[in-house]
Design a protein around this ligand. Structure first.
Ligand SMILES: Nc1nc2c(c(=O)[nH]1)N[C@H]1C(S)=C(S)[C@@H](COP(=O)(O)OP(=O)(O)OC[C@H]3O[C@@H](n4cnc5c(N)ncnc54)[C@H](O)[C@@H]3O)O[C@H]1N2
Ligand code: MOO
Length: 389
């Protein structure tokens, strides 16, 4: 009898293909209105329109005097931003003292700033330039204008703009909810790890990475080794993506593949030809969530998170992928069969490897600002650089 075994090292999908599969494995989540402050970092699901004109009425652009006709003018009042508007129009020869942003009375032809006015007792004089220093209604942004298109990122500045235009809620693609499952009886979460123990180094970087990629970690749960806890956790509902850290390889405590099979998951990626990180996996559970299996070695987990998790999160938020390429400076050796992910710092002379890139350590990645994607057989041409969060 011939036993055919799947070997993720030998049968691994190319890194490029795995990333494509991850990005294509999802559709953008449906649009939801959320309070504007919660929309930060999301993508707009529809165009952002001006609900009001900016400015809403003709207002003064300077502190000074709104004047009608030529000077000298008789002072007939004072208008402040937020105060009462001047009752009625100004007649020729009249002026009101006015603050920046205050509504300009009808009949005013210009605002004369304090610096250009000569004030007397109940009068003011100066040269008038018709139209000067009056911001007309809708001059900055006309009412109804589309100021940002669907798909635009909600940046801090976009929040300010939306507020100025009268929005309290924004229609966005919500942040996909990500449940993180840390496996491994040897893994601890506090203090110095004792003999036979290792500090969880993946749980701490995932919330920031997930947020950077457009998602939100809803919970991080430590599971004991063994299939039943993993089976129960993966059967739960509520998350768009479940990340399983560790348990991806072939050891006696590595149950991810067995549990995925028992749950009837559709395995989309089962091993990737990349170093580090080849035992990574991507699957879809029958009840909907995507499962990203990250290797337990922390740098391998980081590489896998950028290969499978980040593209899937971008797909769920409808975020287009941006690609950067650059030349590598320094000594980098390609692998004959696998893509290598090499921590680099971008410099004017090229992306320089920072070293310290063992799969079990995040030292190199913490020194780096990008991972260089070095394809198998690479011979010096520019490479893709994946920015690190
Ligand atoms: N026979 C084989 N053995 C291994 C293979 C293989 O292909 N065949 N691949 C190796 C590679 S490469 C990797 S990477 C690891 C992946 O292992 P797992 O995903 O199953 O993870 P564990 O075995 O649980 O842990 C591996 C390593 O990482 C440490 N670890 C686990 N979780 C964490 C965490 N949250 N923070 C920090 N460190 C963690 C764990 O203690 C182990 O030292 O498999 C190889 N073996
Ligand atoms: O590829 Mo493992 O993922 O090197 O350490």
């Amino acid at each position: 009898m011939t036993v055919v075994r799947h070997d993720p090292v030998v049968d691994a999908m190319s890194w490029e293909a795995a990333r494509r599969v991850a990005a294509g494995s999802v559709k953008p989540l449906g649009a939801v209105p959320v309070p504007a402050a919660e929309a930060l970092g999301c993508r707009l699901a529809g165009p952002l329109r001006a609900l009001v004109a900016v400015p809403g009425v003709d207002v003064s652009a300077m502190d000074g005097y709104a004047v009608a006709g030529d000077g000298p003018w008789r002072l007939v009042g004072r208008v402040l931003a937020g105060g009462r508007a001047h009752p009625g129009p100004l007649a020729a020869g009249e002026a009101v003292e006015i603050a920046t942003g205050a509504p300009v009375p009808a009949g005013a032809v210009a605002v004369v700033p304090y610096e250009r006015a000569v004030a007397g007792a109940g009068t003011v004089d100066g040269a008038v330039e018709p139209g000067r220093h009056i911001r007309r209604r809708g001059e900055d942004i006309p009412e109804g204008a589309v100021v940002l298109e669907a798909g635009a990122p909600v940046t801090p500045v976009a929040l300010g703009l939306a507020a100025a235009l009268g929005h309290d809620d924004l229609l966005v693609r919500p942040r996909p909810g990500v449940l993180v499952l840390i496996t491994g009886d040897e893994v601890v979460h506090k203090g110095r790890p004792g003999v036979g123990r290792v500090r969880d180094a993946i749980g701490p970087f995932l919330p920031g990475l997930v947020e950077w990629a457009g998602g939100r970690v809803t919970d991080t749960v430590h599971l004991p080794d063994g299939p039943s806890a993993l089976h129960a956790a993966l059967s739960g509902r509520g998350a768009d993506v479940v990340v399983v850290c560790g348990a991806s390889s072939k050891g006696p405590a590595d149950h991810l593949r067995g549990v995925l099979a028992a749950l009837g998951a559709d395995v989309l990626v089962d091993g990737v030809a990349v170093r580090p990180g080849h035992p990574q996996a991507l699957a879809r559970l029958p009840h909907g969530p995507l499962v990203a299996g990250l290797p337990g070695n922390p740098f391998a987990a980081l590489g896998a998170a950028l290969t499978l998790l980040a593209p899937a999160l971008r797909g769920l938020t409808g975020t287009p992928e941006t690609r950067e390429t650059g030349t590598l400076s320094g000594d980098v050796r390609a692998h004959p069969r696998d893509t290598r992910l090499v921590p680099v710092r971008r410099t004017p002379e090229g992306a320089a490897p920072v070293g310290h890139d063992r799969p079990g350590s995040l030292w190199g990645a913490a020194l780096a600002d990008a991972l260089a994607v070095v394809p198998p057989g690479w011979d010096g041409e520019p490479v893709e650089l994946i920015e690190l969060p």
